[in-house]
Write a protein that binds this ligand. Structure first.
Ligand code: NAD
Length: 261
């Protein structure tokens, strides 16, 4: 398929999980994907694998908490292909599972740097190029945590809520330049982030997650990637400022949980 033919896409946190699935899906749709991550070996291998499949992919080291890294990643993409059509601010970390009063200041600052300041910096680097081109699509990966409450995740939810608010603001501000800005809020997705959480927070967590989704299962990275491909494509040319929930119905309805006597 060729929904993104001729487009250049930068994706952060693209060595694994949802970011890798987005890179793979966008490359399969004809995009030249420029992948950034701190996991250099994994990212290098992932990009090589896509190239071996005949797709256009390159990997660069990028710690989104470092201003020069994210700026460098976007500059590298613009230099190698002469344009930048798509930016996916995907990289994030999950620090939580504790009451907010137990969170250390350095954990807070690290989470905000990786999950929120990175979005500011990515957009800051990409927007001037997209405005010059009079075209662009920015996709920020948010979370259902921005929409619902869950014990122990105040800081993560705060960062994701801010990502959605920034998305809306930028959609309004840069719409006149034909730059679209949307977010995606995934439900629980089958990625290394959740494998690590399930291992740390105990058995049974996965079953609880499944029970939160009316669709009866957790999601796959490819299902989030498909939403990102749509938002990046010209088919979504009239869609900006939205938060697209890919969450198996999790946020649709508070679930009735029968009382066990
Ligand atoms: N998995 C879920 O259930 C879920 C749900 C809602 C939202 N999300 C969001 O989706 C996005 C991807 O999550 P995931 O589950 O694929 O995560 P993951 O941990 O499985 O993968 C994240 C990738 O980002 C990279 N990364 C981590 N810190 C980085 C940094 N400082 N700079 C650059 N890269 C970095 C990791 O090396 C890894 O390759 C995140 O924004 C996350 O908050 C995930």
């Amino acid at each position: 398929m060729s929904r993104l033919l001729g487009k250049t896409a930068v994706i952060t946190g693209a060595a694994d999980g949802i970011g890798y699935a987005i890179a793979k899906a966008m490359a399969a749709e004809g995009a030249h994907v420029v992948m950034g991550d701190i996991a250099d070996d994994k990212g290098t291998a992932a990009a090589a694998g896509l190239r071996a499949a005949g797709l256009r992919a390159e990997f660069h080291h990028c710690d989104v908490a470092e201003a020069s890294d994210i700026g460098g990643l976007i500059a590298a993409a613009a230099a190698s292909s002469g344009r930048l059509d798509i930016l996916v601010n995907n990289a994030a970390i999950a620090i939580g599972g504790m009451p907010i009063y137990e969170m250390m200041d350095d954990e807070w600052h690290h989470l905000i740097a990786v999950n929120l300041t990175s979005v500011f910096r990515g957009c800051k680097a990409a927007l001037p190029i997209m405005i010059r081109q009079k075209a662009g699509s920015i996709i920020n990966i948010a979370s259902v945590q921005a929409h619902i409450g869950l014990d122990g995740w105040t800081a993560y939810a705060g960062a994701k809520g801010a990502v959605i608010a920034m998305t809306r603001q930028m959609a309004v501000e840069f719409g006149p330049h034909n730059v679209r800005v949307n977010s995606i809020s995934p439900g629980t997705i089958n990625t290394p982030m959740n494998e690590e959480l399930a291992a740390r927070l105990g058995p049974g967590l996965m079953q609880s997650w499944v029970g939160m989704h009316p669709i009866g299962r957790i999601g796959e990275p490819a299902e989030v990637a498909e939403a990102a491909v749509y938002l990046a494509s010209d088919l979504a040319g009239f869609t900006t400022g939205i938060d697209l929930k890919v969450d198996g119905g999790l946020t649709a309805l508070p679930r009735f949980i029968p009382h066990q006597a």
